[in-house]
Write a protein that binds this ligand. Structure first.
Ligand SMILES: *[C@@H]1O[C@H](CO)[C@@H](O)[C@H](O)[C@H]1NC(C)=O
Ligand SMILES: *[C@@H]1O[C@H](CO)[C@@H](O)[C@H](O)[C@H]1NC(C)=O
Ligand SMILES: *[C@@H]1O[C@H](CO)[C@@H](O)[C@H](O)[C@H]1NC(C)=O
Length: 346
């Protein structure tokens, strides 16, 4: 989740004066087991996450233009050690990274901004090819700008719509639209513009996360999206043949805010990172009761959760990985800590 710069700057100032990180549980009993995989120095805003086929985690930072690789099994042995996270690439002179998605194996696309306050008109999508990446033997990666979005307000969450065609979708949290981008040609257009995506009156962020669920035995998918300040989770069917919407928006829940979220296809749930309550909430894929499975309003375990991803490869889908901003957006009791990656077993 990201906010406007004056608030972020005041939070960063606050962060630099905070005395260490707080990891006490403050008496809240979570329903899921969890452990810290890695904690970055304070202040670090960890913004989004993708998981390689190996099970290794790729995380983007909003507070720096940096992409990190984390092996969740080895890193969690010493979660505070800087050795737990390997800098894959710094995209300087860009300033901040946001959503990330994979199309072909080890071909990732990342939303970037060239301004530290992620101002409108500063966004682009860059590619990251990790096919030949080896931190020890071949640390250089191939990266390039795929497309610039001079007209976008605030590009945020990203997902792969059609891996075969190289089509990805990207939420614009200020303009309240979802773009479609052909990563092979760099061409983009607005795919979806719905009232449920707009910034609500008095709010700052509309549509934030986007994810894609195939609809079995059809050429259609559900595009899931949330709206942070309207506290909505919705889905809308889209045809992969016509690349157009083919049905109305369905509101799956209203009342729980979310930054980004993950679809757990095997388990049948959506896991939402709720920065307003420092919680992870889940809801069945087709809608239903919302249950808090981790964290709580005064719980620093996932302080300022920003995104969730479902385990792959060496781990499995019972492990969900959560990134946090360490309270930079909304510090618990006035104090921040380094952004974290937390594993939740559920
Ligand atoms: C990690 O750092 C936090 C905050 O500085 C500290 O409370 C905690 O004890 C550290 N954990 C380990 C295993 O050193
Ligand atoms: C959270 O902390 C605040 C400030 O200390 C307190 O007023 C509030 O009652 C707490 N909420 C819960 C649910 O513990
Ligand atoms: C907030 O911080 C104060 C001072 O350190 C402490 O007494 C209080 O228990 C804290 N409240 C919460 C909800 O953690």
């Amino acid at each position: 989740m990201i906010t406007r710069i004056p608030y972020l700057l005041s939070c960063l100032a606050l962060a630099s004066s905070a005395q260490g990180a707080h990891i006490s549980r403050r008496g809240y009993t979570p329903q899921a087991e969890s452990y810290i995989v890695h904690q970055f120095p304070n202040p670090t805003w960890v913004e989004n996450i993708a998981i390689r086929q190996t099970g290794q985690l790729l995380v983007t930072l909003l507070s720096a233009p940096d992409l990190y690789l984390i092996d969740p099994i080895s890193a969690s042995v010493h979660p505070n050690s800087t050795q737990g996270a390997t800098l894959v690439h710094s995209f300087a002179p860009l300033s901040a990274l946001l959503g990330i998605t994979e199309t072909e194996p080890d071909h990732f696309y990342v939303v970037a901004s060239s301004s530290p306050d992620y101002a409108p008109g500063t966004f682009s999508v860059v590619s990251v090819d990790l096919s030949f990446y080896d931190p020890a033997k071949n640390p250089d990666i191939v990266t390039k700008e795929v497309a610039a979005f001079p007209n976008a307000g605030l590009l945020n969450g990203m997902a792969t719509l059609d891996a075969f065609k190289g089509m990805v979708i990207i939420a614009d949290s200020i303009d309240g639209v979802i773009y479609i981008l052909d990563v092979n040609t760099g061409e983009s257009r607005i795919l979806l513009q719905e009232p449920e995506m707009a910034v609500p009156a008095g709010g700052q962020l509309g549509v934030n996360g986007v994810k894609v669920l195939p609809i079995a035995d059809t050429d259609k998918v559900f595009v899931y999206f949330d709206n942070t300040d309207a506290s909505l989770l919705c889905r809308v069917p889209v045809s992969l043949l016509t690349l157009e919407k083919v049905g109305p928006v369905e509101i799956l829940q209203s009342g729980y805010s979310a930054d980004d979220f993950a679809l757990d296809l095997a388990g049948g749930f959506v896991y939402m990172a709720d920065g307003n309550t420092n919680s992870i909430n889940r809801i069945p894929l087709a809608g239903g009761k919302v249950v808090t499975v981790l964290g709580g309003i005064n719980d620093t375990l996932v302080e300022g959760p920003t995104s969730v991803a479902v385990g792959r490869g060496a781990t499995n889908e019972f492990v969900k990985y959560i990134t946090t901003d360490g309270g930079l957006l909304a510090p618990i009791n006035g104090s921040t800590e380094g952004g974290r990656v937390v594993a939740m077993i559920i």
